[in-house]
Design a protein around this ligand. Structure first.
Ligand SMILES: *Cc1c(COP(=O)(O)O)cnc(C)c1O
Length: 227
């Protein structure tokens, strides 16, 4: 685990240097979905500082087990409105907000516990029916609506691009997300900072970094194959 994590951190640094970016501007989200708490503990002790989880119930148990570690938990799964209450209690950043309805509920639940919840807007860059997220053409208007919510802070965009075996094929989707982020950032909306780009997984994170990723979400390369 320690070796794998170090390898990944080195590959992140290298990819950053190749394109002249400061490696410190890229953070690794270790995706621990389906992994038991003991494996997550192992990853934390080996240097994982941000953990990414996809399922609320599963995450809640692990977070409670590992409360003594000063790590940050990010939610990267599909979030149902009726779980928003738990999500705001558990997570520092929610990557997967794609509807006004979900944002509205997160704002309401965050307000109840006096929190400003950090979120990313998930964009369906490939316009795939199987994937969630707002279409790129509708993202700015959604974010404008969300900018009225005082208990939400929009930190940037996230995407799950279409799958290709060749990561070069994904590059145009990453660069489109980066352009969209830059364009929305220019609008300077309240409660919207737009500095983050969550993109890139085990198979394509180096390309994502070259295209501007600030958060890479990596599971398999750290924990091995999931069942
Ligand atoms: C599972 C998952 C990942 C990690 O994928 P790997 O290919 O195992 O690195 C990243 N992002 C999201 C949203 C995921 O669900």
């Amino acid at each position: 685990m320690r070796k794998k994590l170090e390898d990944i951190k080195n590959r992140i640094k290298k990819a950053a240097c190749v394109c002249g970016r400061d490696p410190e501007t890229i953070r690794l989200v270790a995706v621990s979905k389906t992994m038991p708490a003991d494996r997550v503990r192992e990853a934390i002790e080996a240097g994982a500082a941000i953990l990414g989880e996809n399922y609320i119930q599963e995450a809640r148990e692990k977070i409670n087990t590992l409360l003594s570690y000063p790590v940050s938990w990010h939610f990267i799964g599909r979030l149902q409105t009726n779980k928003a209450k738990y999500a705001v209690k558990l997570f520092d950043l929610i990557h997967t907000v794609g509807t006004l309805k979900l944002a509205h509920e997160l704002n309401k639940q965050a307000k109840k516990i006096n929190k400003v919840q950090n979120i990313l807007i998930q964009v369906n860059v490939g316009m795939e029916i199987s994937k969630s997220g707002v279409y790129a053409k509708d993202a700015q208007s959604l974010i404008k609506d969300i900018s009225c919510f005082e208990n939400l802070s929009v930190k940037g965009l996230m995407t799950m691009p279409p799958f290709f075996n060749n990561p070069e094929k994904v590059r145009p989707y990453f660069s489109a997300l980066c352009n969209l982020r830059d364009q929305i950032k220019k609008e300077s909306m309240p409660n919207v900072s737009m500095n983050e780009l969550s993109m890139g997984m085990t198979g394509d994170f180096e390309v994502a970094i070259e295209e501007g990723a600030t958060l890479v979400r990596i599971g398999t390369a750290i924990f091995g194959k999931r069942n």
